[in-house]
Write a protein of this length. Structure first.
Length: 186
């Protein structure tokens, strides 16, 4: 499966992404007129498209996966959290989104089969460091969770991996994010 993800990412880098974007966006309704900035409009379209894909109301081709995951890089942190919430709901989790401030280290609280998992979401352009792991570790006790996951659209530093391993935190980078989208789609 890891090789498939790498192929998807490679295909996405060599394809005509603007052309794919036009194909994808041609199905989307324009965002409401209350959104004034182009990035807000793009984010609204992308979030709607992700929801359509996850709901199964539109097909998802390999080149589109690469394009759509690349578009996650353009989301705001809050949009990334909402996107993850949609994915986890499609996988059968009850999802609670924490307040935007004062979240005690968790952005999402997942519940399934009497098991609670806290999630720290980091939409970054560079590598994610120790702070994401430290935040989600503190959330485990506060929310009474059994598991902790830090998820990014990027990668984690070597030190973040060491700290996560020492604290039983799962780290999901870009490839695991792609896997999550694919599993949520089915």
């Amino acid at each position: 499966m890891l090789q498939n993800f790498k192929k998807i990412l490679k295909v996405a880098t060599i394809l005509d992404l603007p052309k794919i974007a036009n194909l994808i966006d041609s199905e989307s309704q324009p965002p409401s007129r209350s959104s004034h900035s182009p990035s807000a409009k793009l984010s609204a379209i992308l979030l709607k498209k992700f929801k359509q894909i996850l709901a199964g109301s539109t097909r998802l081709e390999v080149p589109e996966i690469g394009y759509l995951i690349a578009q996650v890089d353009r989301m705001t942190g809050e949009e990334f959290e909402e996107f993850l919430a949609c994915c986890f709901r499609n996988l059968g989790y009850a999802v609670e989104m924490t307040p935007k401030t004062g979240d005690f280290g968790a952005d999402l609280i997942l519940s399934k089969a009497r098991k609670k998992t806290v999630v720290q979401a980091k939409r970054y352009q560079g590598k994610v460091g120790n702070s994401a792991v430290q935040e989600v570790v503190s959330a485990v006790k506060y929310y009474g969770a059994q598991d902790a996951i830090a998820i990014t659209n990027s990668e984690f530093t070597a030190n973040a991996h060491k700290l996560a391993q020492a604290n039983g935190v799962k780290l999901w980078g870009r490839e695991q994010l792609i896997d999550l989208v694919i599993r949520a789609k089915k």
